[in-house]
Ligand binder design. Structure first.
Ligand code: PAF
Length: 284
């Protein structure tokens, strides 16, 4: 795997790749590589694209200083993990590469706002779309891979590409889940054994209620799930909502639905979503 430490190295390397007419697939990450990230790289490799992973812990998407300071980081292990699956190249952009005019983010995308994570983490998605746009601008990929775990992020990035008419195919990839059914997240590396147990118990209740939600969506079921999560030690629930996949608005009949959840265990935020799709088969 080629390690690229600055924009000049990146440009020189990509010139060679483009000479061979190989399409470039970008896998942007903030490091702490786990199975979810690796599945994105593997999808890119399977498609025969040049797999270019990036690691940059983006300060502008953190709404909380201590979350940024405690974000897990292990460069050696990340390189090892990506090398193991034969990722072609790994780029570590610098702050200057990403933010040549200083650490500022722009509110470019106005859709999918004021709901879900945007309601609880103001400015977060401006940071995400700003850095993803910067990554697109300097790597100019043909394809880019994102996980469905961050579903709202994925919708905003799809809009970013559409709004700017960027010639990039966005690949939305299914979540890779832990044994307990929750999607992998880099932040889980900071969990204590006790907090892991809370996550396992929370997952058990989520899956129990998913069965009910597949038959019917009611506030009674959601309230019961909220109560159960708080009982097993979740200390704050940001949201627990059923929304459709297309607009992320509250679901109505015959749409694809998901249960969207965000809550805290200790001071670590867990977000996930679970497809329900219970009415779709009945569509006339
Ligand atoms: O999903 C992430 O890891 C980040 O939000 C991303 C897309 C790499 C932007 O910093």
């Amino acid at each position: 795997m080629k390690i690229l430490r600055n924009k000049i190295e990146l440009d020189n390397h990509l010139v060679e790749i483009r000479k061979n007419d190989q399409e470039i697939g970008l896998i942007p990450t903030m490091g702490s590589i786990h199975k979810g990230h690796k599945s994105l790289v593997e999808k890119c490799i399977e498609a025969n694209f040049f797999s270019l992973a990036t690691i940059y812990i983006n300060p502008t998407q953190f709404d909380n200083k201590s979350d940024f300071e405690n974000y897990p980081c292990d460069e050696k292990k990340d390189i090892f993990e990506l090398e193991k699956i034969q990722c072609d190249a790994l780029f570590f952009p610098s702050k200057e590469d990403m933010y040549p005019n200083g650490l500022k983010s722009q509110k470019e995308i106005l859709d999918y706002r004021d709901i879900l994570c945007d309601k609880f983490r103001p400015g977060h998605f401006d940071g995400v779309t700003t850095v993803v746009k910067a990554l697109f601008d300097i790597t100019r990929p043909d394809h880019a891979y994102f996980g469905e775990k961050d579903f709202q992020q994925l919708k905003l990035i799809e809009k970013l590409v559409q709004q700017n008419a960027l010639p990039i195919v966005i690949h939305a990839c299914p979540s890779i889940r832990l044994k307990n059914g929750i999607s992998y997240s880099s932040r889980f590396k900071n969990f204590s054994t006790h907090e892991k147990k809370i996550l396992d118990n929370a997952a058990k209740f989520i899956y129990e209620h998913l069965i009910e939600l597949k038959h019917n969506v009611t506030s009674i079921i959601l309230d019961k799930l909220k109560k159960n999560l708080l009982e097993v030690g979740v200390n704050k629930i940001d949201y627990l909502e059923v929304r459709n996949e297309k607009e992320l608005s509250f679901a109505s009949l015959y749409e694809k639905y998901r249960l969207f959840v965000a809550f805290y265990i200790g001071n670590i935020r867990v977000i996930d979503n679970f497809a329900l799709h219970y009415k779709v088969k009945n569509k006339k």
